[in-house]
Design a protein. Structure first.
Length: 224
C-alpha cells in the first residue's frame, strides 16, 4: 500500500500518526496509543540527546513513506522505527535490545504474537552488526542509515550532533570507535541493501563515508 507522505513540521502530526498506527496494528494491546506515545516522546526528549531525537524518527518515517511499497509489512516497519532508538545511552551495547524490550512491554496483550516477535526482530536489525536476509529488516536498516546519503553539509551536521551525545567521551576514545564502525560499513559489498536506496543514496553515501574516513585518518586517528 502506498502511503501518503506526512510533513512533520507540526509536532501534532507525530501524535496523530502514531495513534492511527497503534490502533490498527496493535489489536488487544493493554496500553493505549496515548500512553505509549507519551512514553516514547519522554524518551526521545531526554536532555542528553542531540541526534537520536523525535526529529530522527520523523526523518525515518519520511523515508518509509517514500519506500513503503518495498515493505512486506509497512506497519511493522513503522512501529519498529518508532521504538528503535527509544532507549539510548551513548555507547551502551544493548540500546536496541532494551528498546525491543520496551516495545514488548508496551504491546503486552497484543493478539498477534508473531507480529510482536517480528517487530522485535526489526528493532534489532538497526544494530547494523550482522548481515540481514529478511526484506523488511534490510529496509529498516537502510532507512536508519539514509542520513549517510545526504549532502556533505547535512551529513557533517548529523556527525556533530552525534558527537555531542558523547560529550563525556574524549576524542581519543570516540573517534577510533567511530572509525571502526565506518570501516565496517566500507567493507560491505554495497552500503545499502535495497535497490531503491542504492539508486538514490549509494554514491553520495560512499563519497561521504570516504571523505569522513580520510579526515579522521589525516587527524591521526586509527581503527586499531
Amino acid at each position: 500500500m502506498q502511503r501518503e507522505p506526512v510533513s512533520f513540521a507540526d509536532p501534532a502530526l507525530y501524535a496523530a500518526r502514531f495513534a492511527a498506527l497503534w490502533s490498527r496494528a496493535m489489536s488487544g494491546a493493554s496500553a493505549t496509543a496515548g500512553v505509549v506515545y507519551g512514553r516514547l516522546t519522554q524518551r526521545y526528549g531526554e536532555s542528553h540527546r542531540r541526534y537520536h531525537t523525535l526529529d530522527h524518527i520523523g526523518r525515518c518515517l519520511e523515508e518509509l513513506d517514500r519506500a513503503a511499497l518495498l515493505a512486506d509489512d509497512p506497519d511493522s516497519v513503522e512501529i519498529a522505527l518508532w521504538f528503535h532508538d527509544a532507549i539510548y545511552r551513548p555507547g551502551a551495547p544493548d540500546n536496541e535490545r532494551r528498546s525491543a524490550k520496551l516495545f514488548q512491554e508496551c504491546s503486552a496483550g497484543c493478539e498477534d504474537l508473531a507480529l510482536q516477535r517480528r517487530i522485535g526482530d526489526l528493532i534489532m536489525a538497526t544494530t547494523h552488526r550482522k548481515p540481514l536476509n529478511q526484506r523488511d529488516e534490510r529496509l529498516i536498516a537502510d532507512i536508519d542509515l539514509a542520513g549517510f546519503g545526504l549532502t556533505w553539509e547535512a551529513f557533517e551536521r548529523d556527525g556533530r550532533q552525534l558527537r555531542a551525545e558523547f560529550a563525556e567521551v574524549p576524542d581519543s576514545r570516540y573517534y577510533p570507535g567511530l572509525l571502526r564502525f565506518l570501516r565496517g560499513l566500507q567493507g560491505r559489498q554495497t552500503f545499502f541493501y535495497t535497490d531503491d536506496f542504492q539508486q538514490r543514496y549509494e554514491p553520495k553515501a560512499r563519497a561521504n563515508l570516504q571523505r569522513l574516513v580520510e579526515n579522521l585518518v589525516a587527524r591521526g586517528y586509527s581503527a586499531g
